[in-house]
Write a protein that binds this ligand. Sequence first.
Ligand SMILES: Cc1ncc(COP(=O)(O)O)c(C=O)c1O
Length: 397
Amino acid sequence: MNQRELFLRHVAQTSSAPLTLEVSKAKGTSLFDRNGKEYIDLIGGISVANTGHGHPAVIDAIKKQLDAYLHVMVYGEVVQSPQVQYAQLLADHLPDSLNSVYFTNSGAEAVEGAMKLAKRSTNRTKIIAAKNSYHGSTQGALSILGDEYWRNAYRPLLPGILHVNYNSYDWLHEINETTACVILETVQAEGGIIAPQKEWIQAVRQQCAATGTLLVLDEIQAGFGRTGKLWGFQHFDVVPDILLLGKALGGGMPLGAFISDRKIMMTLTENPVLGHITTFGGHPVSCAAGHAALNVLLEEQLAEGVAAKEALFSSLLQHPKIKSIHSFGLWMAVDLGTFEANKKLIDAILQNKEMGVFTDWFLFAPSAFRVCPPLTIAEEIIEKACAIIIKTLNTLA
Ligand SMILES: Cc1ncc(COP(=O)(O)O)c(C=O)c1O
């Protein structure tokens, strides 16, 4: 059996039609298959590879940490310099109230931790989340996921969750003295890149503050320069009580985090002690990689280049079959009207002869394809990718 057949047989599957691109190497903004064919990566691991695949500074940091130590003890007991250094760097680039970092293994675990922290520190149970939001696949995260189709088969889920419309004022009175937290994606990702109206998210922020409710912003996709600023919330002049990070946080290694003020975070230390624990969360190699990646992002000023690249994509992705583009930074949902049309394009550009283009569709916007490449993507690569997409749209029936 070849690798592809073994993959289909022995690696647990998540759909009946996986892309099955057989990757042998990833470098910069390209993936390569076993025949050496190059694919322009418009997914970037879904907002993971913001500094590009295999950045030498990140690889170097990983190698150094490998030589020093791997896992030594569960999270929170011993002083591990990669964790300490990274937490400090993050705190230095966040508002003062986001000064305490709880590292997890994944985004979903950060969501779980934040939900527990909100309940524990407010002594309340009600949680408000938005329709068309995605926060992860574990049961707590699934309970707040904003689409019944994806939740229904796994009920019973957590009680006390209210799903509301994003960008709507109708439900703001629901934020009251019984609410532990409101959890929102700063910009809705899988809904097809839906940005909040500034006044609306500020009104949510205000109502949370007035009622002692915590505002949790999920920047697991939005963070690390994707939107053109280091953090998405900086566009809207709001500061969350808890910030959720993941994906690019680990520079290509698995890492998530929920970040809050130390006063709030300390509630996890008593009654019961060890309120949230993890064996591998904040793994030293992941923290070393993430720390190096954030330094690259800052030193190479990658966020600063985002607006021009977004504009270039928008100007080149003009075609009668493209119905609309929702974008917020180097983060775009390009809508072809139907899932069928979209899937045809996704498959065809992957198979494009000389050079493929690698993209996928959005969970709650299946008629749109994703443009979410490493922020390092060069202009000529953007031009190449868009030329392949437009040429393919011309040839598809
Ligand atoms: C906005 C958002 N939140 C949370 C998650 C969950 O992260 P993970 O897959 O690391 O558990 C994702 C993953 O796609 C996400 O996009």
